[in-house]
Design a protein around this ligand. Structure first.
Ligand code: SAM
Length: 257
């Protein structure tokens, strides 16, 4: 099987949006892990302001609304994802709790020190872990929380193939202790760090994609970019299966000092 080994950024953005709009999640995760991460935060109430950055179609946004009080502003760069999120929000009658907004996580529309909680699953990498933590901090109240998932190494050394893949894709990937130190150095108390279980990648992320890939390839039969996008996703899934002992997503929760 050929491997183009392209960065996701090299694909046509509309194709990516269409492909990922067809699946419930745009990154590894689960409702159970969202609720577990939420359990490390305190003091949320009906007046609390929460931001979900890089929300995608909003799977975790809805879990947040169903398990925490407060108003949630869900932000994503891509209008197609926000449209899908708004449809789901309306279906579940959560429009009084969740506002979907098109925008960028590096240019937030909030007042300084106004947020109680900043959430971001599988998305902070878009601006970088350290940059995101430092920039977002000013929008949190003192004592507010940040909760993010981030690709992390589980071991000090890794096989060359997976090391190269991640260094090409996201060189800021690092070990859990180094990520925790970065949280502390960015002005937060590291409250918790836990590894997402394997099913967050397999059952919840790669398996639903396998079904979507068939339909997508059918629709874009003669489109080389579409074929390449799918090959890329399949390659990533195979790498995960082969090297899951060495890396994964970690939920990090920090409290602003
Ligand atoms: N949180 C969702 C989830 O876990 O299913 C989506 C994760 S997906 C891997 C990353 C998301 O970040 C995508 O929805 C993408 O559109 C969004 N994104 C990329 N760059 C962004 C930016 N600068 N500002 C806001 N969202 C961005």
């Amino acid at each position: 099987m050929s491997n183009d080994n392209k960065s996701i950024h090299e694909f046509d953005i509309n194709l990516i949006c269409e492909y990922f709009s067809g699946v419930e999640r745009q990154g590894p995760g689960s409702a159970e892990m969202t609720v577990k991460a939420l359990s490390f935060t305190e003091n949320l109430n009906n007046e609390s302001l929460i931001a979900d950055l890089g929300c995608g179609t909003g799977s975790q946004t809805i879990t947040l609304a169903q398990n925490a009080p407060g108003q949630i502003t869900a932000i994503d760069l891509f209008p197609a994802f926000i449209e899908r999120l708004n449809l789901n929000v309306n279906k579940l009658n959560l429009q009084d709790r969740i506002q979907g907004v098109v925008g960028s996580m590096d240019n937030l529309p909030f007042q300084e020190a106004s947020l109680d909680l900043i959430w971001s699953e599988g998305a902070i990498y878009n601006i970088g872990f350290e940059k995101g933590l430092k920039y977002w901090k000013k929008f949190l109240k003192t004592g507010g929380y940040v909760a993010v998932t981030e690709a992390s190494w589980f071991t000090g050394n890794r096989p060359a193939e997976i090391e190269k893949f991640w260094m090409d894709a996201y060189p800021e990937i690092d070990t859990i202790p180094n990520k925790v130190a970065c949280i502390q150095e960015s002005g937060y108390i590291p409250v918790a760090a836990f590894i997402l279980p394997e099913y967050c990648w397999t059952k919840n992320f790669y398996v639903p994609q396998a079904a979507a890939q068939k339909d997508f390839l059918e629709k874009y039969k003669d489109n080389a970019m579409a074929a390449s996008l799918i090959r890329n996703e399949m390659h990533e899934a195979r790498l995960y299966d082969k090297y899951k002992a060495f890396y994964g997503y970690v939920f990090y929760i920090g409290k602003k000092i």
